[in-house]
Write a protein that binds this ligand. Structure first.
Ligand code: ZN
Length: 491
């Protein structure tokens, strides 16, 4: 009995917890939703640009951290989330791009705001008028996100974002005038046991029925979004319908449609805006939000789907000191997102950066350990970008014997022997202070010089498209403390 009681209290506790968390999915007030509807009702029929083509809308990301802290939302996750956002808006004919760099703000009062007033102050002080202003914060007044009319921006909780999250699409739906599919039921717990007529006094606009008569004036005022009374987050079945039954004022039984971003269904259920919702957003953009239109913007695309690292190669062993990871330049890329980790899931991150160059330097790895690296090329239009095939590599152990016959274990040459027409990669510690690198014949005749080499971070040199006839050569490195020679074989 005691055990049973215990189980019961845990269950009750879980339910309370669940309810508490889920009721705070979105903090967009019904007052502001109504205001957006009222403002756009006069906009129908105004001149609209040609929406047969995709329209590009500038998104400005304000990334927040606490006072004096630099722990902003991670770039890898940010670009993945933006990729999902653009996928969510693809069928609407709307694509977001970054016209301005990410705006970093370190201020605890805004990053962790319990009160909407602080959030609105953040927006009013930082909004740029011709952008969709989005604020990535730790705590947007206890919600996953919200839009407010006064702040005219969206605040998003970093912990609610991610590749599989549609929170951003939902809040931008509000930004472009859309109310919830269950508009009017915010904060009301629906129960099938009660007669729906009993809710009439509480629900603060007309309750929507299954029957399509008057759907233009009921709830969200869209006829191609069905009735929905659920204002807590909810799970769905395989057809994205609510597991619970609902009944309307005529006692017609139905299940809410969780495929719509403007519902409160779980992220896994959501995949779309309806046609009328799309039209509502496009009307809003072409009228109240004309300032966001960029008819002359031409998106930049990267042509390749994927690429391979230049160095190290997958499953190879590298020196544990002074590692330079390199990859080829991707046409159309603006930044490279780089992650080096100790786990294949990229959970134990050693290096996490966004850079413009095609190489990154790691001073020291743990000898004998396994590492994983991944790189993604992105630009201001392509957030999912182009991936390098991820690699796994091993840091050389401290006791590794030098079996390749080279004089200096600090310098590695890869591959050796090397095939004519291939790339030769040489790595060496930064401390050597490399001054020159060249290849000589056995007789001492110089066949390449410094100009043929790309040198990265004073720790790695690559020679692309090696054009030497087969034979044995000497690779010669001039360093601060003398010359290091290595034998290489060209096949
Ligand atoms: Zn909402």
């Amino acid at each position: 009995m005691i055990v049973k009681m215990k189980f019961f209290s845990i269950l009750v506790l879980c339910l309370i917890q669940y309810n508490h968390l889920q009721s705070q999915y979105c903090g967009t007030s019904h007052v502001d939703q109504q205001r957006m509807i009222d403002l756009s009702s006069g906009e129908q029929g105004n001149s609209r640009p040609d929406f047969a083509q995709t329209i590009y809308i500038p998104l400005l990301i304000h990334s927040l951290s606490n006072d004096g802290s630099s722990s902003y939302y991670g770039n890898w996750q940010l670009y993945e989330t933006l990729g999902t956002l653009n996928k969510d808006f693809e069928k609407s004919g709307i694509q977001f791009f970054l016209e301005k760099p990410i705006h970093y703000i370190s201020r605890t009062k805004w990053n962790d705001h319990k009160d909407y007033n602080d959030g609105e102050e953040m927006m009013i002080e930082n909004n740029v008028a011709d952008q969709v202003n989005c604020y990535l914060v730790q705590n947007p007044a206890g919600n996953c996100g919200y839009y407010t009319y006064r702040g005219d921006g969206v605040a998003l909780s970093k912990s609610c974002l991610g590749k599989l999250s549609h929170t951003w699409a939902h809040e931008l739906g509000h930004f472009f005038s859309l109310p919830h599919t269950f508009f009017g039921w915010e904060g009301i717990d629906y129960s099938f046991q009660k007669s729906t007529a009993e809710y009439k006094a509480k629900v603060w606009n007309q309750i929507e029925n299954v029957e399509r008569i008057d759907c233009n004036s009921q709830a969200d005022q869209f006829c191609d979004t069905e009735p929905d009374y659920i204002s807590d987050r909810w799970p769905c079945d395989a057809n994205n319908r609510s597991l619970i039954n609902l009944k309307d004022l005529n006692d017609s039984i139905f299940n809410a449609d969780g495929s719509l971003f403007m519902s409160y269904a779980f992220d896994g259920c959501m995949s779309r805006f309806s046609n009328e919702q799309n039209n509502g957003m496009l009307n809003n953009i072409s009228n109240r939000r004309q300032i966001l239109l960029r008819p002359n913007v031409k998106p930049i695309y990267q042509n390749t789907d994927s690429f391979d690292f230049i160095y190290p190669l997958n499953e190879s062993t590298v020196p544990y000191k002074s590692l330079t990871i390199t990859w080829p330049k991707v046409e159309g890329a603006k930044y490279y997102l780089v992650q080096v980790a100790r786990a294949p899931s990229f959970s134990i991150i050693v290096k996490n950066e966004i850079i413009e160059s095609t190489s990154t330097y790691i001073d020291s790895l743990l000898p004998g350990k396994t590492y994983y690296a991944r790189v993604k090329a992105v630009n201001d239009f392509e957030f999912n970008g182009t991936y390098a095939h991820p690699i796994k590599f091993y840091a050389e152990g401290l006791q590794t014997s030098n079996s390749d016959g080279f004089a200096s274990p600090e310098v590695t040459v890869f591959p050796n022997p090397v095939t004519r027409g291939k790339n030769l990669i040489v790595t060496f510690p930064q401390e050597l202070g490399i001054q020159n690198i060249e290849i000589l014949t056995i007789a001492g005749q110089r066949v390449t010089d410094k100009l043929n080499w790309d040198i990265y971070n004073k720790s790695m040199a690559t020679l692309t498209d090696l054009q030497l006839s087969s034979g044995v050569y000497v690779l010669q490195l001039t360093t601060e403390s003398g010359i290091i020679a290595k034998r290489i074989v060209v096949e």
